[in-house]
Write a protein that binds this ligand. Structure first.
Ligand code: PA5
Length: 466
C-alpha cells in the first residue's frame, strides 16, 4: 500500500546526494539502536507499539461513546493542543477530506460537524461560541498530562458557558480523554463523574493518535478506526527487521538522519494531496519535539534536530519551490503522492478558442496533480536537491494507519541514531513555567520576577523603533 522511492537522495553524477556507502556504514549502528528499542519496548516505554493491541472492549467503549455523540449532538468540539489535536486533525482531514462540516450541513454526510479548538486566541474562541450552538455540542477535552494550561483554560471557560445554558445537563456534554490515573483532569473525572477515556501513561502526547485521543473523534465522524489500527499493525509486521535496508521505518529514519549529517537540516514534507497536509503538520510536531534536543542520553551537549516544514503541492510550488531550487541546499524534501488521485475529474472545456489552452482539455485534474509532482521532483533534482517520495496506492484508513506507525517508528529509530531521547520534551518546560509566573500561579514567583526583570530591560533598551 506504500512505497518509498529514495533514488533522488543517493549520489549520482547529476546530484550531490548521499554516498550509497553511508547507508551501509550505518547498518551496524542501526542494529544496536534496534536492540535498544526492543529493550525499551519490553520495558513498556514504546507504548505506541503496544497501543495497537487495545482490547475489543476498549474499542467498543470508544465506539459506544462515539455513537452517543452522533445520536445526541450536532457538533463535536475538540479542546486540546499539540499531540492532543494534531493527530485527530490529521486523521479527520485525510479520511473525511475538505469541506466536511459544510457537507454535514448540506445533508451530504451523516454525522456531527467537528471543530478543533487548539489555541487560546480569544478571537477564535469568541467567534466559535457565537457561531455554534453550544447546547448542541459535545466537548471532547483531551490532555495526556491532564494539566496543560491552554486546554485547562478552554475547558474552564466552556464549562462556565455550559453551566449557564444547560444547568442540569452540562456534565453530559463533556468527555475527558486523559491519563487513567494521574493529573488534575483525572481527578476532575473522578470528582465530577464525567465520561472519560484513558490515554495509557507510557504514551507521550505526540505518539497518541492511535489511542482514544485520535480514535474517539475519528469514530464520531464516521471513520473506520479498526481499519486505522489494522493498517498500523500491518506496518508493525513489515518493520520488524533489525537491518535498516530491510525495514522501511528504519530506512526513513536513517535517510533523514544521514541527510541531516550531510547538511540537509530542514525536512520539508510536501504532500500532493490537500487531505495529507494535516499529516505533514502532525509529522512536524513528531519530528521536531522528538529529535530537537540539546542533550544526548549520555549527557553530552549535541543540539540535534532537523527542522520540519510543511508544504503543499501544487500550492507551494508558487511560494516555496524557488527557494528549494536555488536557495541553500539544506533541505530534504519528502513528497507524498497518491498513485491515482481520485475522483476522475476531467478538465472539460471547449478551449474558449485559445490555442494555448488546448493541452489541458480532456486531461484529468489528478493527472495534472501527479504530472506537477513528477515535474517538481525532477526539476529539483536538476537543481541538486535531495528528496524521496512516499507513494500511496490509495488514501484509506489502513494506509493512513500504516503511515502513522511508519513515521512514529522512524522517529524513535532516528532518536537512537542521534543518541537522544525521542520521548521527552524538556525544552518546552521553561516557557510553561514562565507562563505560570506571568499568570500569577502560586509557587512560580521566582519565574515571575525573572520575566518581569527581562521585560523592564527590554522596554528600556535602545533597540526599539516606532
Ligand atoms: O508530545 C507532547 O507530549 C506534547 O507536545 C503534547 O502533545 C502537548 O504539550 C499537549 O499535552 P497534553 O496532551 O498533555 O495536554
Amino acid at each position: 500500500m506504500l512505497r518509498v522511492n529514495y533514488y533522488n537522495m543517493m549520489s549520482a553524477p547529476d546530484l550531490v546526494g548521499l554516498p550509497v556507502s553511508c547507508l551501509d556504514a550505518l547498518v551496524a549502528k542501526g542494529k544496536t539502536v534496534h536492540t535498544a528499542l526492543m529493550a525499551q519496548q519490553q520495558a513498556g516505554d514504546l507504548y505506541f507499539v503496544d497501543i495497537l493491541d487495545q482490547s475489543p472492549s476498549e474499542r467498543q467503549h470508544i465506539q459506544d461513546l462515539a455513537a452517543k455523540v452522533r445520536g445526541n449532538y450536532e457538533n463535536l468540539a475538540i479542546l486540546g493542543i499539540g499531540g492532543s489535536s494534531l493527530g485527530p486533525i490529521a486523521v479527520h482531514q485525510a479520511l473525511n477530506g475538505p469541506f466536511y462540516n459544510e457537507r454535514v450541513l448540506q445533508g451530504m454526510v451523516d454525522g456531527p460537524r467537528i471543530f478543533f479548538l487548539d489555541n487560546v486566541d480569544p478571537d477564535t474562541l469568541a467567534i466559535f461560541a457565537k457561531t455554534v450552538d453550544l447546547t448542541k455540542t459535545c466537548f471532547n477535552v483531551i490532555s495526556k498530562s491532564g494539566g496543560t494550561t491552554e486546554t485547562l483554560a478552554q475547558m474552564l471557560w466552556i464549562i462556565d458557558q455550559l453551566k449557564a445554558l444547560n444547568p442540569d445537563g452540562w456534565k453530559d456534554q463533556l468527555i475527558i480523554t486523559t491519563d487513567p490515573d494521574r493529573g488534575s483532569f483525572r481527578s476532575l473525572v473522578h470528582s465530577g463523574n464525567f465520561a472519560s477515556l484513558p490515554i495509557p501513561y507510557p504514551l507521550g502526547g505526540r505518539y497518541t493518535v492511535l489511542s482514544a485521543v485520535g480514535l474517539l473523534p475519528a469514530a464520531t465522524v464516521g471513520l473506520d478506526i479498526d481499519g486505522l489500527l489494522a493498517g498500523a499493525k500491518a506496518m508493525r509486521e513489515r518493520c520488524t527487521s533489525a537491518d535498516l535496508r530491510e525495514n522501511p521505518a528504519y530506512l526513513l529514519g536513517a535517510l533523514h538522519y544521514l541527510a541531516d549529517q550531510h547538511g540537509h537540516n530542514i525536512a520539508v514534507m510536501m504532500p500532493y494531496s490537500d487531505r495529507l497536509y494535516g499529516f505533514a503538520q502532525w509529522f512536524g510536531q513528531l519530528w521536531a519535539e522528538s529529535l530537537g534536543k540539546k542533550f544526548a542520553t549520555t549527557g553530552e551537549i549535541v543540539s540535534t534536530g532537523q527542522t520540519p516544514v510543511s508544504a503543499r503541492g501544487t500550492t507551494d510550488q508558487h511560494s516555496q519551490v524557488q527557494l528549494y531550487a536555488e536557495g541553500p541546499h539544506d533541505k530534504l524534501i519528502s513528497f507524498l503522492r497518491l498513485a491515482e488521485p481520485s475522483p476522475a475529474l476531467p478538465i472539460t472545456s471547449d478551449g474558449l478558442g485559445e490555442p494555448g489552452f488546448q493541452f489541458l482539455i480532456g486531461a484529468e485534474f489528478g493527472q495534472l496533480l501527479n504530472a506537477e509532482e513528477q515535474a517538481i521532483e525532477f526539476a529539483l533534482r536538476q537543481f541538486g536537491c535531495i528528496s524521496y517520495t512516499l507513494e500511496l496506492q490509495r488514501l484509506d484508513a489502513p494506509t493512513l494507519g500504516a503511515m502513522i506507525y511508519l513515521y512514529e517508528l522512524a522517529t524513535v529509530f532516528a532518536g537512537g541514531l542521534y543518541g537522544v531521547n525521542p520521548l521527552d520534551q524538556p525544552g518546552v518546560e521553561l516557557g510553561k513555567v514562565l507562563t505560570f509566573g506571568l499568570m500569577g500561579r502560586s509557587g512560580y514567583e521566582e519565574q515571575k520576577s525573572a520575566i518581569q526583570g527581562y521585560q523592564t530591560e527590554r522596554q528600556k533598551s535602545p533597540y526599539v523603533m516606532e
